[in-house]
Design a binder for this molecule. Sequence first.
Ligand code: 3H9
Length: 720
Amino acid sequence: MPTVPMNNLVKLTRHDDVAVITIDNPPVNALSPGVPEAVAAAMDEMNADPAVTAAVVIGAGRTFVAGADIKEFGKMTSGASPRRTLLPFLLGVEDSRKPVVMAIHGTAFGGGLELAMAGHYRVASPSAQVGQPEVRLGIIPGAGGTQRLPRLVGVPKAVEMCAQGKPISAPDARALGLIDRLIDGDLLSGAVAFAREIAGQPAPKTRERREKLGTLVENAEILAAARDSAGKKQRGMKAPLAAIDAVEAALTMPFEEGCQAEQKLFTECLFSDQSKALIHIFFGEREVAKIPDVPKETLLIPVNRVAVVGSGTMGGGIAMVFANAGIPVLLKDLDKAALDLGMEKIRKNYASSVQRGRFTQGFVDERLKLITPAFHYHAFSDVDMVVEAVFEGMALKKSVFADLDRACKPGAILASNTSTLNIDEIAGATSRPAAVIGTHFFSPANVMRLLEIVRGKESSKEVIATCMQLSKRLGKIGVLVGNCRGFVGNRMFGPYRREAQFLVEEGADVEAVDQALVEFGSAMGPLATGDLAGLDVGWRIRKEYRHLEKPGVRQPFAEDRLCELGRYGQKTLRGWYRYDENRRANLDPEVTVLVRNWSAEAEIAQRQISAEEIVERCIYALVNEGARILGEGFALRAVDIDIIYLNGYGFPAHRGGPMWHADTVGLPKVYQRICEFHHQHGELWAPAPLLQRLAESGKTFAEFDQERSAAGLLERVNSA
Ligand code: 3H9
């Protein structure tokens, strides 16, 4: 079996009469520069070799080709490298005189699936996945995917896959005709055997097939429904609509023209701010896992059994998160009544997941078996980790941690779900502060992807590394943050919601404030969010910390006053809005009158406020506090803040997070507006020193991250 390396990324091997072309570009065999060229050269060589009857293309390592090289896109849009098109390369593959079998394991995503579809046959391991996830990067398939996929699976499925970006399993792809055969066992031998079976037969070219396409009229309803759904579910995003337009082109144009139409749409998307933002998020989600002083090799603590203290909404949700990941969990509360209530809520939650088709009844039954109620700490002696989720109060948390210190085995991780309290003070209640860490889940814990991992002064590297790794196992995205009040997410959320209240107190309508932020792309407006979370939560915290407020500095009052009237939000069916029994929000004219009266008493001048100002006031409040947090070292990188806001606070992904958004607007402009707000509204708007420094030196937050990372200046996050 002679092997000829085409270059260091691709090799050609002969298995008797079958040529095997192996792409070896770790970690995911992306189509980086050099790969297409070498595959094309290998293809020429095997076509010229009379002893070869067919070829197999396969990926080395853990996957087939997971797509084009995403790193190249940034270089192309910044002009650092020329734009490369893969179309001619794929036409060449399809025009091979000898049949080409694509052998898929792991993932054939994006350009990977486009390559596979240019082959004449596709075989796959049953565990493989295929998809066109480009819309998640703000682009569309750009190498003929929108033209070849509908030819293989029909327009309805192609539209769904290209516009929503969700992958499908190999067995589903087999059922759709996208995969020709599933191969159990060794993929390469199965693919070579398959190649021998089809050798000598006419090789079908995907681009020449039309039998599944149908006509524009036949597909009109599907296309209209897809556009409608994209408008609602991917609100504000351009790529899904472009993907639908491109698939439509497959119906109205010959293949080559369809590809040109796709290219045009692809390029428009690639050069858009949305795509730059989403690519920033793609790399950001991987970057946050990298903690400079906690190397990859750090020993992990095995977590096979856990306990959760407190069976309220958060505790119950956290228990479900562990159970969903297959980890047995003890759920502790003070007495049977509290636990029964907690377990009942968990059952209800699961039942509604079954109803919505998210889980099967069988899955839920298994998960429920993993949750064991407990009344005493003595059941905790063999757990590897405890997450405390009791009521938010320092005295109570300290007493729980003192109990945990007595009950848990040495080496167990003691985590607190506190959202505001000082993790070092909590750790001080134990004899093992190195084992103590914050794991701040977001509500509802079983749904929200974010996990803020709060590093205490003494949290050990093993405990940090384990929690970061555990977040993945739990289906969460873990971001390490420093120990300051509110940590990163909630510390920024304070000024954001403060501004929303100020705006209403200055004359903006409640609905106008929420609507402006929804138009900006947020999942929900800030006032409606307050109603959902419960206005009383912030009210209680503000009462506790009132002594810390600086005299003479303006504070919002509207929510405190609403709470005084018993308007806590959705839970009392009254808050900023009035709610019906199905918790549907309606405007409440009473609130408008109340706020107008309170503002008159406080002598706050009323004025018309534009949607633009509403967005600037709320979003720049986030940016300014984010810059302060970054400057103080409580977040490692600006991108960490972006990832927190996207996954925990419904910030629109296509704007890349608050810090990236500020970069996109331009820091000098953001800084100037903040200075104006400072002048108009006082000290709360004092610009963060880091923001001022970057704006004045013409730098961005992204450059700040890059420069510090390159200079090895990323340090551990601070602990107050
Ligand atoms: C496209 O194909 C457009 C086409 O239409 C052609 C147009 C002309 N490029 O996620 P992981 C890196 S667009 C470069 O942790 P996992 C990643 O950054 C593309 N790098 O592993 C990470 O680096 P690091 C369409 C990539 O096992 C490392 O690989 N394709 C790429 O959890 C490991 O990644 C996609 O959108 C890439 N394409 O998941 C697929 N992919 O170690 C995107 C990954 O330095 N990729 N890296 O942090 C994925 O969804 C996942 O990476 C995958 C593996 C499921 C493949």
